[in-house]
Ligand binder design. Structure first.
Ligand code: PEP
Ligand code: MG
Length: 623
């Protein structure tokens, strides 16, 4: 688009609309004045079904948290909140404009023309008093939130421009960019509001990424309900880590709920009730008390080992997502940390964590769980976890893209800093290294060579560290599963990451609620692959664990015991019940059961069979 003299969006569009005599313009009215209401007002009790993602029942008030998605939700505000919304929008428009000025100053010469074009369109909107006046009028007259009003007006202008095609369509694209910027900032504000809330609330959101979750105060969250996600999505993992009930994959909850609506999240059955009636609330209160009593009954297992009836010992460890959960590990009776997801150190900040910061963190966790081990997985960002501190260009298939070890090997300075921190934190002897997303032997050899190089550097620097720190590999890509014996020859242990392994083996996006029913831990192909990995590890004399969510799948526990898994690592909340199942299992019976089930050819047969088996043996385990 060629640079044109400065114009304001509203006058520019009014002029162009006059020329084309757009039929929906009513005489004497601003260009657009009829805003359709997208949301249905809910009065009666509504029941929504999704994926049960974190156990328990939460009851409370909804806090609709728009996340980094770029669509604003319509919220009704009170008349008293109007000035606040208008001021908030004004402040954000000013900041956005300031950022635009700074970015233009920094832009290189090749992009000068582009910058000029973008700057021009930004000015058309951000300086347009008529346009801003329209947005403010909508906030005032319709009592809606600022981000929604801004979005509605921009969308209407953009729609008209797009219809005209050519360079008008390019302007429409720029308008969307501005909209995204402004809405993101306004959303950030909602997070702050949540953190300042007086009481804990039920967070209702389109999705909940790790980066967003890291900015939230966990004590203000008593339940989670999201449109997107499956059992292994980050929203689910977050809720389990925070020990709050969650239902994900509800598809339409953000469209069916208003701020402060009363909500029940039944994380045991995957049900959310909006504005429940009195009788239903009473029924759920009773269910919640029963559930809490059942959980309490498992307390006595805390200090007992995860040992089968016939004395086969397993290691039952816990997965950690965030540093502040470490006390939950021992409180729930786990034998250490089987998976420390170190991404929390890299997300939600604009600089990389340095070696010293990481050393302090790993040493603290190692000390807290000693004598049990802490298995520290090296950075697994990329995919659906985008750090600000590493520039990951947009990708068509991020889950198959530049993530985890692939980044670590291309950015060895990041990897080496992390390995140095782990090796130094292991002076007590209970920290281990775990490499994520290994797909082949060359890659593993490269990573192992870098670990050796790191040791040489530490030696040279005279730093204290443990040279014999054990190294393990996550088996979460089908190629690694097929090469498990060759991998096992090179390392000290294997840990099966079923969240990704099932996703890649069955070609089912783990975060896509539409196909969540196809994400089957008990698929016969999954069971066979797992059995092969366990056998491959044992044939090379090393132990094999599992740290994906399948390790907490009650229908799978006896089968995994029977397949001779050595370690299971689950969210702290899952530890007591999984321990109970192990302690009521006879290893030799489980082995026979696994042999039988491995011959089944459909997931349905396996699930039906295991459900019946578990119902017979474990009457009070929720399946
Ligand atoms: C897995 O893929 O099973 C796993 C444990 O890793 P994450 O869920 O962090 O991808
Ligand atoms: Mg994984």
């Amino acid at each position: 688009m060629k640079s044109r003299p400065w114009l304001q969006l509203s006058s520019f569009l009014r002029a162009s609309l006059e020329k084309t005599k757009v039929t929906n313009v009513r005489k004497g009215h601003p260009v657009f004045d009829a805003v359709p209401k997208k949301k249905q007002e809910l009065k009666a009790q509504t029941i929504l079904h999704g994926v049960a993602a974190s156990p328990g029942i939460a009851m409370g008030s909804a806090f609709v948290l728009a996340d980094d998605r770029v669509t604003a939700e319509r919220r009704t505000i009170t008349a008293a909140e109007v000035p606040q919304e208008i001021d908030k929008l004004k402040a954000i428009l000013e900041t956005t404009q300031q950022e635009l000025i700074e970015n233009s100053a920094q832009a290189g010469s090749e992009s000068a023309q582009d910058q000029e074009r973008i700057a021009e369109v930004h000015r058309m909107v951000l300086d347009d008093e008529y346009f801003i006046g329209e947005v403010n009028a909508m906030i005032r007259n319709e009592l809606v939130n600022a981000d929604y009003a801004f979005q509605e007006r921009i969308d209407q202008y953009a729609e008209q421009l797009r219809k005209r095609g050519g360079h008008f369509a390019e302007i429409a694209d720029e308008l969307h960019e501005i909209k995204h910027k402004v809405i993101r900032r306004l959303n950030g504000d909602r997070r702050q509001l949540l953190n300042q809330a007086e009481d804990a609330v039920i967070v209702v959101s389109h999705d909940l990424t790790t980066s967003v979750a890291l900015t939230l105060n966990r004590h203000k969250i008593k339940g989670v309900a999201t449109d997107l996600g499956g059992k292994t999505s980050h929203a689910a993992l977050l809720a389990r880590a925070y020990r709050v009930p969650a239902v994900v994959g509800l598809r339409e909850i953000t469209g069916a709920i208003k701020n402060a609506d009363r909500v029940i999240v039944d994380g045991n059955n995957g049900v959310v009730l909006v504005n429940p009636d009195k009788a239903t609330s009473a029924q759920y209160r009773a269910r919640r008390n029963k559930w809490l009593a059942a959980v309490k009954k498992l307390d006595h297992l805390r200090d007992l080992p995860a040992r089968t009836i016939d004395n086969r010992d397993l290691t039952l460890a816990a997965n950690l997502e965030y540093a502040d959960e470490v006390e939950d590990v021992l409180a729930h009776g786990a034998a250490g940390v089987g998976l420390l997801r170190t991404e929390y150190l890299y997300l939600g900040r604009d600089c990389l964590p340095d070696e010293e910061e990481q050393f302090q963190e790993y040493a603290r966790i190692a000390a807290a769980v000693k004598p049990h081990p802490v298995i520290i997985r090296t950075m697994d960002v990329g995919g659906d976890k985008s750090p600000q501190c590493i520039d990951i260009p947009p990708e068509a298939n991020p889950m198959l893209g530049w993530r985890a070890i692939r980044i670590s090997l291309e950015r060895p300075e990041i990897f080496i800093a992390q390995i140095k921190a782990i090796l130094r934190a292991n002076t007590r002897g209970n920290a281990r290294i775990l490499l994520p997303m290994i797909s082949g032997i060359e890659q593993l050899d490269e990573a192992l060579a870098l670990i050796e190089k790191t040791k040489r550097q530490l030696r040279k620097q005279g730093q204290a560290f443990e040279p014999d720190t054990e190294v393990g590999v996550m088996i979460e890509i089908p190629s690694a599963a097929l090469l498990a014996d060759a991998i096992a020859e090179r390392v000290d242990f294997l840990s099966i990451g079923t969240n990704d392994l099932v996703q890649y083996l069955l070609a089912v996006d783990r975060g896509n609620e539409r196909i969540a029913h196809l994400f089957e831990n008990l698929h016969p192909a999954v069971l066979r692959v797992i059995k092969n990995v366990i056998d491959a590890g044992h044939s090379k004399g090393i132990w094999v664990g599992m740290c994906g969510e399948m390790a907490a799948d009650r229908l799978a526990t006896v089968l995994l015991v029977g397949m001779k898994i050595d370690e299971l690592s689950v969210s702290p909340v899952d530890v007591p019940e999984i321990k109970k199942i192990i302690r009521y299992t006879d290893f030799h019976d489980a082995e026979k059961l696994a042999q039988k089930v491995l011959n089944f050819s459909t997931a349905k047969e396996i699930i039906d069979f295991m459900r019946q088996y578990m119902r017979r043996r474990f009457k009070d385990v929720a399946l």
